[in-house]
Design a protein around this ligand. Structure first.
Ligand SMILES: *Cc1c(COP(=O)(O)O)cnc(C)c1O
Length: 418
């Protein structure tokens, strides 16, 4: 009977306990008051709870806050950023369909298209993200989904996003943006021109800035169209993707400070990028907000001069603190450099190994600065990728250490190049 008493413990949530932080509600089972309630309970919207996999009060709040932050209306949570991307593919594509990906797409999603989707007769082609005409030329009646990324992964070229979206609109093809870099802060994916030009879907790795701690894997899929949302949600439910309540709680806890963290990382990253530009060892600095970087003008048009009138209190507040007079635009604290071609892979590896504050590791958007060297020619299709450099690329994610300390760390590590 003791065990039964434990299970039937008469727990009640504290009366009048109106703490601002949302409770962590964990469930597989949700109890119905009677059979009729069970049969009629609706799981497709937020009018009721049916099963832990379909949402809890904790995940519903996170979904609503993320949708509001990005300027969307609906949100589906998934267990990683990668699964946000693959869930969209699975929900929308069928045998015979073709999908278009930017040439500089997030690399880890390639295996899914090339080794999994292909088994279902779904093919993938690449377009040059920096050439809107190339996208227009590659859309055929078979094209059912176009993925966009701004900027591209690792090489950081910022595309003319409004132009790419306009082409998808004109051709009537669904376009989905991997919005991890922008995080709903640098630009509004659901209003790119101040007149409502919008992507259909914004997928994000919450693993990055929304979590901000380097300790959560999660993704979101945000839409403004109920039918499209339902299609994704149905597929999501059938696959059985859920997110853990404790992980949702961590993201809910980090989310209110995302604007401040994003801005802080941005400022340090730009300071370091500008300094690296003065170094003779460095051939190119690939940071969309830095003059001369590929797509800098597109970044300026969208993120600096663009319309930011969607409701975003976090950003408005940090803008006022950081830049009372000027509009610096926003960019993630992420950038790459290309070393002068005279440096060998071994020398660049020695530079990376010599860094002390920068840790070698994937992902980004947390408090800890990270570094990864990449071999671009081996990652890209030479037919669509204009990679003009012969030097070796190294990507930095800037955390919250003092920028001066990070610069000193880079400086001492550069001595190891020789
Ligand atoms: C990290 C990342 C992802 C994948 O996120 P995970 O949570 O690590 O699966 C997808 N797209 C971009 C641009 C990313 O940086």
């Amino acid at each position: 009977m003791k065990i039964t008493d434990l299970i039937h413990h008469s727990y009640q949530p504290p009366q009048g306990f109106e703490a601002p932080q949302i409770g962590v509600h964990k469930a597989s089972t949700v109890i119905f008051s009677n059979v009729a309630a069970m049969r009629t309970r609706e799981w497709k919207d937020k009018s009721g709870y049916t099963y832990g996999l379909h949402g809890t009060p904790t995940t519903f709040v996170l979904e609503e806050r993320l949708a509001a932050l990005e300027g969307g209306l609906q949100c589906v949570l998934v267990p990683s950023g990668l699964s946000a991307i693959t869930s969209v593919d699975l929900a929308l594509l069928q045998s015979g369909d073709q999908m278009l990906l930017p040439h500089n797409v997030y690399g880890s999603r390639l295996a899914f298209t090339q080794d999994e989707l292909i088994r279902f007769g779904i093919t993938t082609r690449f377009y040059d993200a920096m050439d809107a005409g190339d996208l227009a030329a590659k859309i055929t009646p078979k094209t059912k989904l176009v993925w966009l990324e701004a900027p591209g992964s690792v090489t950081m070229e910022f595309p003319d996003l409004p132009a790419l979206v306009r082409i998808c609109r004109e051709k009537g093809v669904i376009c989905a943006l991997d919005n991890t870099w922008g995080a709903g802060l640098a630009f509004n994916a659901f209003d790119l021109d101040g007149q409502g030009l919008a992507v259909d879907i914004s997928a994000q790795a919450l693993t990055k800035y929304p979590s901000g701690g380097g300790d959560v894997l999660m993704g979101s899929i945000i839409t403004r169209d109920e039918a499209l949302h339902l299609k994704i949600k149905l597929s999501h439910m059938r696959i059985g993707f859920g997110v853990a309540a404790n992980d949702a709680e961590l993201v809910l806890r980090s989310l209110p400070s995302i604007g401040i963290r994003y801005r802080a990382a941005d400022q340090s990253a730009r300071q370091l990028a500008r300094w690296l530009k003065t170094r003779t060892e460095v051939e190119a600095v690939l940071h969309p907000a830095i003059d001369g970087a590929p797509g800098h003008q597109h970044w300026q048009n969208l993120c600096q001069k663009g319309s930011f009138d969607h409701v975003n209190l976090a950003r408005a507040a940090t803008d006022l603190i950081a830049n009372p007079a000027s509009n610096q635009g926003l960019a993630a604290g992420l950038f790459s450099i290309v070393f002068h071609e005279k440096y060998t892979q071994a020398q660049v590896d020695a530079f990376v190994d010599a860094l002390k504050l920068f840790k070698i590791g994937y992902s980004w958007g947390g408090h800890l600065s990270l570094v990864v060297p990449y071999d671009i020619p081996s990652m890209r299709d030479p037919k669509v990728s204009h990679w003009p450099y012969r030097g070796i690329l190294v990507r930095f994610s800037i955390g919250f250490e003092e920028a001066a300390d990070l610069q000193a760390d880079m400086q001492q590590a550069l001595a190891h190049l020789a």
